[in-house]
Structures are given as structure tokens and as C-alpha cells.
Design a protein around this ligand. Sequence first.
Ligand SMILES: NC(=O)c1ccc[n+]([C@@H]2O[C@H](COP(=O)([O-])OP(=O)(O)OC[C@H]3O[C@@H](n4cnc5c(N)ncnc54)[C@H](O)[C@@H]3O)[C@@H](O)[C@H]2O)c1
Length: 296
Amino acid sequence: MTSIAAAPGGLLTGKRGLIMGVANDRSLAWGIAEAAAAHGARLALSYPNDAVGRRVAALAAQLDKATLLQCDVGSDADLDRLATELAVLWPDEPLDFVVHAVSWSDKNELSGPYLQTSRENFRTALDLSCYSLTAVARRVAPLMRSGGSILTLSYLGAERVVPNYNVMGVAKAALEASVRYLAVDLGNRNIRVNAISAGPIKTLASSGVSGMRHLIKWAGLNAPMKRNTTIEDVGRAALSLISDLGQGITGEIVHVDNGYNVVGMVAVDAARQSAPVLVELSEQLERQKEAAGSDS
Ligand SMILES: NC(=O)c1ccc[n+]([C@@H]2O[C@H](COP(=O)([O-])OP(=O)(O)OC[C@H]3O[C@@H](n4cnc5c(N)ncnc54)[C@H](O)[C@@H]3O)[C@@H](O)[C@H]2O)c1
């Protein structure tokens, strides 16, 4: 058991981690990478393709000696190569943590009724957004020779229906179940598996969800703490889960949403500001319905 006192330099001094899912400086993964680097971690960042890789390279230059590794989570060959490259990168030292902040859906299906979800997009969204966690965990667990922490990112749409979140909600529900199954499979190796369920934040991925602007505004008005979640909020919570501060936590879905998930009714003191958000959203849904009607 390690000491509760932080090593000089930070909570992750002497630890090595892989962060998957930095696309730009708005990415939740970037909030986590900055927090981890500030606390002394040595990092590898993975990216799916050259276009994203170029943006990540510019960001990685801001961190102290981050290594870049290419990996499309839809490819078993890429995942195998990623594990090999990590073993080569840190041959004599174990991997301590992995952050999985990856999701994908055809954005045409993040609009309108869930009922219209196609088989093809269901398969791909569930594969890239959910199965990829299991595929990664299987390959990194042997590298976590001193135990470790695996963290993924979820959203309230896993638990409740959020307009337009559609197949991503189903993928996140399966992802959260995967967290619990993986926590049991890996617990006896002292590897913890958790998720942060973050409040809505404007990012590349979230911009694909129709009406995200309204969801963000609504959450800020109606969360108990009366503000929106930031990538810094996510980074700080992640730090506690990937460091030894979280040593007794596994299989958990930790809400980092300024408390939004606990409320059962709109915030009465924000009702006047919330009303126009609802009206705009309902008008948008009406337009979607009309467009769907004229397509059929
Ligand atoms: N933004 C939000 O409001 C919010 C809220 C809760 C949870 N999340 C989750 O946080 C995670 C990160 O998303 P984000 O909002 O930071 O957006 P983002 O667009 O910054 O990150 C999504 C990442 O997924 C990566 N990705 C997509 N397909 C991939 C593939 N085949 N292989 C490897 N990587 C791939 C992208 O390159 C990108 O880096 C996602 O799981 C998302 O669902 C986001």
C-alpha cells in the first residue's frame, strides 16, 4: 500500500498512463491529460488517424515528453500494435492508468427519434463507443503489473432518455455495464475500472448531437451548482480515480455534472430562463419531425 502523502511533484509522480481520445483542447481527454501531466504523470496519447494526429501533436508539445501512438479502436491490429508499442515505450516499468475517452456515431442518427436507428450505425456506434473499452482493457491489463486504473467517460443519456442522444445512450448504458463486469474480472489483479458520467460540454463529438446547445444551457440553469461542467472539472475528478486517492473505488459511475443527475424537477428559481430553452428545443424537434415527414 502506498503512502497517502503525495510524492513530490504530484499525485501521479512516477506513474505512466495512456490517454485515448484527445482531439483538440476542448476534449474531455485533454482536461484529463493536463491534470495528469500537472501531477507528474508520464503520458502516451493515442489518436485514430493522421488528421487527428496532427492536432494532437501540437497539443502534446505542451506536455512534458508525451508520446504519440496511432490507434483506431475499431481495428484489432491497431489495438495489438498499441499494446506492443506501450510495452516497448516503458519496458521496465508497468503501465499505471488508461483513460478511454472515445465515442462515435453517425451524426445523422443523433437527431430525431431513436426508433429510426439503423442496424449498421447501431453496430458501429456500440463497437467503437462501448466494445472498445473491453478490447483495450484486455490488452492493457497484462501491462499493469503493479495494478492500475482504467477510466472511461459516460453521460446521463445512459440512464435516462435525453432528446437526440439516441443510440449513444444505448451505447453508454452498455459501456456502464461493461465497467462493472470489467471491475469484477480485473479486481483480483488490483486493476480498478470506473467511469465518469460528465455533464454536457461543447466538444467535437458532442456537437454531433442535435440540440446540444440547448442541453448545455439547460444543464447550467438546472444543475444544483448553477453552472456547466468543464473539462477542468472532469480532469480533477479523473485525477482522483486514476491516482492512489481512488484505491478503494472500482465499478463505479461517478457523476461529474454539478449535481444535475439528482434533480427531479426543473430549478424553480431558473424557470423563467429555462422556459425559452425548452421552447427552442421543442421547435427544433417539430422541424425535425416535419423534415422526416417530407422525406418519407
Ligand atoms: N462532451 C460531452 O458533453 C460529454 C459528456 C459526457 C461524456 N462524454 C464522452 O467523453 C468522451 C470524449 O468525447 P468528447 O466530448 O471529449 O469529444 P471529442 O470529440 O473531443 O473526443 C472524442 C474522441 O473519440 C475519438 N475517436 C472517435 N472514433 C475513434 C476511433 N475509431 N478510434 C480511436 N478514437 C476515436 C476522436 O478522435 C476523439 O478524440 C466520449 O466518450 C464522450 O461520449 C462527452
